[in-house]
Each structure stands twice: as C-alpha cells, then as structure tokens.
Design a protein around this ligand. Structure first.
Ligand code: BGC
Length: 358
C-alpha cells in the first residue's frame, strides 16, 4: 500500500512538472494591452476578447484602460515598457500623440501592434490590426443611397445632417471619407440637402471622444435651428455611440410617430443598446465588427512576430511617416432582418443581453 502511494505520488510529481514546464514555456511572454476607455461598450468587449484569446495561448496579459486620456495611456505604456513586456498592443485615443513613448519602445526593441486605430506620426508602429475602416463609411453611404432609392433615380430632395467621430482618431476621417465619397455627388446635385450646410470633417461635424452626449447636444441644436417646421429625413452617424445620442435627441423632439417618423439613421459596432434601437425602428442599420476576429488577428501577429516568422497582412496604411503593414478584418452589414443570426446565433451576444429582443 505504502509502495503504491509512493509510486502514485511520484507519477503525480512528474505529471505536475511536465505541465508546469509546458505552461512556463508558453507563458514566458507577456503582452501589454492598452485600450482607450471603459465608457463605450465596444472597448470592454475588445479588451476582454483580446485578453482571453492571448491567455488561451499561454501569454500573460497586462490590460489597461485610459479613460480616454492619451497622457494616461502613454504612462501605462511606459510602465509596460519598464516591466519588460514582449509585445505592445495599443488601441490609442489620439493616434498622433504617442511618438515620445514609442521612442522608448523602439529603444527597448519591443514590437508595437496598433489595435483598431492607426498610430500616426511615428516610424514605431510595426503592424496594424483593424477592420476595413474606409469600407465602413462606404457601406453607410451606400445604405443611405439604396434606402432612399437614389440609385434608382429618386430625386427627393431629402434633408440630411452629417456627424463625425473624434478628430484624434484616425478611423474617424476614414469613416467620413468612405461615406462622403458616396454621398457628396447627391449633395452637389441637390438631391440630399444639408440645411445646416455643416459637412466638413472635423471642423464642423466632429464629436469629441465619440460621446453620446456630444452628439445629442449637436442634434438638439440642429433640430431647433433648422428643422422646427420640417422633419429631417436622414442622419449620417459614423458609429453607435453617436447614434444613441442622436436617437435620444430625436425622441425628445417628438420623433417616432406616423407624422414624425424616425429618419434613416446609420451606425457601427452593433452595441447592445443600438441593436435595441434597430429592433424598435429608431435606428436603420449598424455595422458588425466581430471583435473576436480582431483578437484572433492579434494572436496571429503576436505569434509570428515572436517566432520571427512572416506576419500575414492584407492591407497597408500610410501613417504620415511610414506604410504600416496591416490586416483588415471583414465588416458585416446589420439591420432588423439579420441581427439575430449575426449576433446571437454566432454567440457574440446572448439574446437576453439585447434590449427588447425576442
Ligand atoms: C472604432 C469604432 C468605434 C469608435 C468609438 C473607432 O476607432 O473603430 O468601432 O465606434 O472608435 O469607440
């Protein structure tokens, strides 16, 4: 009996050390991940997905959120460099304001992956994992065109107002360009009428930090100044946090009845609140960017970089200093007809998480 126990113990000790050896080999590397803010749903989703995906591959992860302050994020990155992380994954706030801290990453030879948002004005941005950002704006513009039948010769005129994202976020300019490349011709021909005449990004239409409240305030002002006697037909919103503020404003101005129907309204991210807005007919569409795909891409990049292998890319972005080798993940159109298969059947959300979902 005693002999048996000793043998068993020995086997156990051996097994434990084999497993410990495995995880030590895998978890030897640490990835520093910095995200912009917890205040918008998508970054919570992103942070959790990236952390889980990296940990599942045996990496240690230091995940930080910066309350939308670039100086706070720079300090977090500095700390990660001091800790000696092996790779930095950064979703920036003001993509042009990381140059200084990235000089330190360069000296320490730590590879940098820009996450979702391009890091600009530096030669220390080694790779960029993102979605097709120009494609997002283009999809929104094309949706407006087909929803109004402009491609079938419908002449309107339809009233429209345009919103833009945070000026420090490189994506915001790409979303705007993608949409305006489709819509500008209809503004020029008078089929789409922007009564405020505010179409310039960022000067006239940007919303700082992508805040819903900022979008709500601007929409309130537009409705009071230009739409007191006439309903607005279309609102171009680049994302869902802005679309939340826009819907709040429209509701308080009495939209949502047969004499005052909600305008055509775009979005992006498929935030849970916005899927609820789509279900209730307050928002027309959103764009699903499956952040699990982006997390997977970060893993592929991290593994390849650390193994000294070629990093798979399918795009490149000019960051003002260099062409950054990049990977664009696929974007997907979402509306009232397909949200369930896109978001629930794919197990991205549970049905119970979405307001008013059945
Ligand atoms: C992201 C969008 C997001 C926005 C606000 C952008 O950089 O690409 O998905 O809606 O930031 O968080």
């Amino acid at each position: 009996m005693a002999k048996k126990s000793i043998v068993l113990l020995l086997v156990l000790v051996m097994l434990t050390s084999v497993f410990a050896g495995c995880s030590a080999a895998k978890s030897g590397k640490t990835v520093g991940v910095t995200m912009p803010t917890k205040s918008l749903q998508r970054w919570n989703e992103d942070g959790a997905n990236v952390k889980a995906a990296l940990e599942a591959k045996g990496y240690k992860v230091d995940l930080q959120y910066a309350d939308n302050k670039q100086d706070v994020q720079n300090t977090q990155i500095e700390n990660q460099i001091t800790q000696g992380v092996d790779v930095l994954v950064i979703a920036s706030i003001d993509g042009g304001a990381l140059g200084g801290v990235l000089e330190q990453a360069k000296k320490a030879k730590i590879p940098v992956i820009a996450y979702d948002r391009l890091i600009t004005n530096t030669d220390k941005c080694d790779y960029y994992a993102t979605f097709d950002n120009y494609g997002v704006g283009k999809m929104q513009g094309e949706f407006i065109v087909s929803e109004l039948g402009l491609d079938k010769g419908e002449k309107g005129p339809f009233s429209m107002e345009c919103f833009g994202g945070d000026p420090g976020d490189n994506n915001a300019g790409l979303f705007n360009k993608g949409a305006m490349d489709v819509l500008q011709q209809y503004i020029d021909s008078g089929v789409l009428v922007v009564k405020s005449a505010q179409t310039k990004f960022p000067d006239q239409i940007a919303i700082t930090n992508w805040e819903s409240k900022g979008a709500q305030d601007r929409m309130d002002n537009l409705l009071t100044a230009y739409y007191a006697d006439e309903n607005i037909d279309v609102v171009l919103s680049p994302n869902d946090s802005l679309a939340q503020g826009i819907v709040a404003s429209l509701k308080s101005a009495g939209y949502g009845s047969s004499s005052k129907p909600f305008p055509v309204l775009t979005g992006q991210d498929c935030d849970k609140i916005n899927v609820g807005q789509i279900i209730r007919g307050e928002q027309s569409m959103s764009i699903f960017k499956d952040t699990r795909d982006l997390a997977d891409q970060v893993i592929v990049m991290t593994n390849a970089i650390l193994a000294g292998e070629e990093v798979p890319t399918n795009a490149s972005y000019d960051n003002g200093v260099i062409e950054v080798p990049s990977y664009n993940c696929e974007i997907k159109f979402a509306n009232k007809d397909n949200w369930k298969s896109l978001l629930v059947d794919s197990e991205y959300y549970e049905l119970a998480d979405i307001p008013d979902a059945k």
